[in-house]
Design a protein around this ligand. Structure first.
Ligand code: TUI
Length: 315
């Protein structure tokens, strides 16, 4: 059985699996590997300078003939320039996060780029559908990085009920069980971040991968509530310092301390003083393996699980 859905048709991909657009993590290598494995690879723009991102897009094009996308992190100050460049270069899809992409929708759509927006609420999802989004990603607060308030379990079915466009579930998804659960909730695709951080092709520092593999069930924490931009990270020395600033309600100091710390962890491997953004599901990521193998395993588990679910019930 193939796992084709409206989403695989929309994007021209084989499996309804989108890779999270993780800043300092989702480079051309990872995006191309996910796309070559039949999912939708995504380059995470984060705060990347425009010309560096342009090079990443070109490199991904040299590494895969399959569709891939770029995640636009809408809080970045030079986002207008980034969008202009993405329009010039052309990609199959963009995902957006950390804000409302309304002002870019028309330009992206005119260029034939599929627009998939992360939405933390039903209200924003409806607005995105009304202005032409091709699909939405409902990201629950189990996810790593910047999060909303609702869980995947509660957000996904409400989005599915409220919208006609496909809903992609994200947050807490790392295996075939969660994939099937997302579909049971009305999703037509999933976005996976944390597990792809431990893909062989993911270029983050090996010590950051090791931290994820070591993580147990209660090893993430959300910091930054006081700033209005809460972020889920693995617990470490930095997260404890940030928590203290949250408790003392010092958002400016918190922002200052948090600045540059994602690169410190992911690029330089300082997993004590850096920000190791990862989802709760880090506890279930136990090995480093090729991205295509991750996709294949999840698809196989999902296919086996669907008929097996019936066996959960007594006659
Ligand atoms: O964007 C993410 N995850 C991220 S972005 C990021 S970089 C960063 N670092 C520190 C502080 C803030 C960002 C790290 N991880 N996920 C998608 C996502 N989007 N989560 C939540 C949202 C979101 C929040 C509010 C989307 C839209 C939104 O709309 C508000 C509005 O303007 O209506």
């Amino acid at each position: 059985m193939a796992l084709r859905t409206r989403l695989t048709r929309l994007l021209g991909i084989e499996y309804p699996i989108i890779q999270g657009g993780m800043a300092w993590t989702a480079t051309a290598e990872l995006a191309a590997a996910v796309s070559n494995g039949g999912g939708l690879g995504i380059i995470g723009a984060g705060h990347m300078p425009t010309e560096i991102l342009r090079d990443e897009i070109r490199r991904a094009k040299s590494l895969t003939d399959k569709p891939f996308g770029v995640n636009l992190m809408l809080l970045t100050p030079h986002i207008d320039e980034i969008v202009e460049m993405v329009l010039e270069e052309g990609v199959h899809a963009v995902t957006t996060g950390a804000g409302n992409p309304a002002k870019y929708m028309k330009g992206l759509k005119e260029r034939g780029i599929k627009v998939i927006t992360v939405v933390p609420s039903v209200a924003l999802a409806k607005r995105m559908e009304s202005i032409g989004a091709d699909a939405v990603i409902g990201e629950g607060m189990e996810a790593g990085g910047h999060i909303g308030e609702l869980t995947t379990m509660v957000l996904t079915p409400q989005l599915a009920d409220a919208l006609s466009i496909p809903v992609i579930a994200a947050g807490g998804i790392a295996d075939g069980r969660a994939f099937v659960a997302a579909f049971a909730l009305g999703a037509e695709g999933v976005q996976i971040g944390t597990r792809f951080m431990c893909a062989e092709e993911c270029t983050i520092h090996p010590d950051a991968k090791a931290r994820i593999i070591k993580a147990k069930d209660r090893d993430t924490v959300v910091t930054g509530y006081s700033t209005g931009h809460p972020v889920r990270v693995l617990k470490n020395k930095l997260s404890r310092q940030l928590e203290a600033l949250d408790r003392d309600n010092k958002p400016e100091e918190l922002e200052k301390l948090g600045s540059g710390k994602l690169a410190l962890a992911m690029k330089h491997g300082d997993v004590d003083l850096g920000s190791v953004m990862a989802g709760q599901v880090a506890a279930m990521v136990c090995k480093i393996q090729p991205a295509a193998e991750i996709i294949g395993e999840i698809a196989n588990e999902a296919e086996a699980l669907m008929p097996a679910l019936r066996a959960s019930f007594e006659d």
